[in-house]
Design a protein. Structure first.
Length: 322
C-alpha cells in the first residue's frame, strides 16, 4: 500500500545532503506536496545554488552541517531521507574517507534520528552495489560483483553498509526503513565537473571539445530523468515495503551511442577522444524494475530525447557568459 501525499501535509521531512542534485529536486517535490522540509548539507559536493530558489520559503529550513557528525532536530519528524553522499568517481578519489563516512557514520546518525522521532527512514543507495555485474539486467535479488578494495570501493561498500544498517535497524528496532537503489540519473542541477558521463559529454559538446570515451565505448548505461527518479523515491517512502527497490530507466544504450545522441542534439560534429577504461568501471548497467512496477506502480515517464534536451538547456545557462 502507498499512502497519499496529502496524508503528510504539514508534517516534516529531514533530508540529508539536501544541496545535492537529486536531493534538491526531492525537496521541491516534498514542498509541493505540502510537507515542511529541514535540509542538511556541508557543501562538500552539493552547492547552495541548488537551494537558492527556496530562500524565504516558509516551509523550508536549511542547516549547514556535516551529517557524519551528530546533530539534533527539534519537533516532530515524519520522514528522514538520507541522501547525503559524494556520488561521482572524481569525488571517490579525492575524498574517499568522507565517502565512507557518508554511508557509515552518517547513516547511523540519520537512523538514530528516525528511531528517536518514530519516523520513516529512507536511504539513497545505488546500482553500484551490483559492482561490475555478471547478471543482466540487475534485479534486487542479485548480490553483486564488487571489488571491496578497489578505487571505487569507498563508494560501493559505503552504500552496501548503509543498506545493511537500514535492515539492521528494521530487524532490531522495528524501524520503518526503505532502500532505493538509484541507477544513472540526469537532469538540471548536475555538477558540470563531476566526472559523470552526462555532464561531461554535454559540457564538451557545448564547448566544441572532443568527447572523452573510456574503453571501447561499448559499455552500457541506462539514464533516468530526475523527476521520474524523485517520483519513485517518494512513492517508496510512502509505501510499506522494506527491501531494496531499483529506480532507474531500463532503456539501455552504449556510451558511444550516448555520445552520438548528444552530438546530434547539440548540433555538433562528433569527435571522440579515446582513453583507457578506469579500474572496476562497470561494463553493463540496466535495472530490472519489475519490483518497482509491482509494488510502487512506478516506471519512468520522461523519454530520453525530452529529458536530455531539458538538461542541455540547463547546461547552456551554466556555460553562458556572465
Amino acid at each position: 500500500m502507498i499512502k497519499n501525499p496529502s496524508d503528510f501535509k504539514g508534517q516534516t521531512a529531514v533530508v540529508t545532503g539536501g544541496a545535492g542534485f537529486v536531493a534538491s529536486h526531492l525537496i521541491d517535490r516534498l514542498l509541493a506536496d505540502g510537507l515542511k522540509v529541514v535540509a542538511l548539507d556541508n557543501f562538500v559536493t552539493g552547492t547552495p545554488d541548488n537551494l537558492a530558489h527556496l530562500d524565504g520559503h516558509p516551509d523550508f529550513r536549511f542547516l549547514e552541517h556535516d551529517v557524519s557528525k551528530p546533530y539534533a532536530i527539534d519537533g516532530e519528524v515524519a520522514f528522514v531521507l538520507h541522501m547525503a553522499s559524494p556520488a561521482s568517481p572524481i569525488d571517490y578519489v579525492e575524498i574517499p574517507v568522507e565517502t565512507l563516512k557518508a554511508g557509515s557514520d552518517a547513516s547511523h546518525h540519520a537512523l538514530d534520528l528516525a528511531r528517536e522521532k518514530g519516523a520513516t527512514y529512507l536511504v539513497a543507495s545505488t546500482s553500484e552495489v551490483y559492482g561490475d555485474p555478471e547478471v543482466h539486467p540487475q534485479p534486487e535479488t542479485y548480490w553483486g560483483n564488487v571489488n571491496s578494495i578497489g578505487v571505487r570501493s569507498c563508494y560501493d561498500e559505503a552504500k552496501r553498509y548503509a543498506e545493511a544498517a537500514a535492515m539492521a535497524y528494521h530487524r532490531a528496532y522495528g524501524l520503518d526503513t526503505k532502500i532505493v537503489r538509484i541507477f544513472n540519473t540526469y537532469g538540471p542541477r548536475m555538477r558540470l565537473d563531476d566526472g559523470r558521463v552526462v555532464p561531461a559529454f554535454i559540457g564538451q559538446a557545448l564547448r566544441g571539445e572532443p568527447m572523452t570515451v573510456f574503453g571501447d565505448g561499448r559499455q552500457t548505461r541506462s539514464f533516468c530523468y530526475v523527476s521520474d527518479l524523485v517520483d519513485g523515491i517518494w512513492r517508496l517512502a510512502r509505501s510499506s515495503f522494506h527491501e531494496p527497490v531499483n529506480c532507474g530507466n531500463p532503456h539501455e544504450m552504449s556510451i558511444r551511442e550516448f555520445a552520438e545522441a548528444i552530438a546530434r542534439i547539440c548540433e555538433v560534429e562528433l569527435t571522440i577522444e579515446d582513453r583507457p577504461l578506469p579500474p572496476d568501471d562497470p561494463k553493463i548497467r540496466k535495472p530490472d524494475i519489475t519490483r518497482a512496477k509491482e509494488i510502487l506502480g512506478w516506471e519512468p515517464q520522461v523519454g530520453f530525447e525530452e529529458g536530455i534536451r531539458e538538461t542541455i538547456d540547463y547546461f547552456k545557462g551554466v556555460l553562458a557568459p556572465a
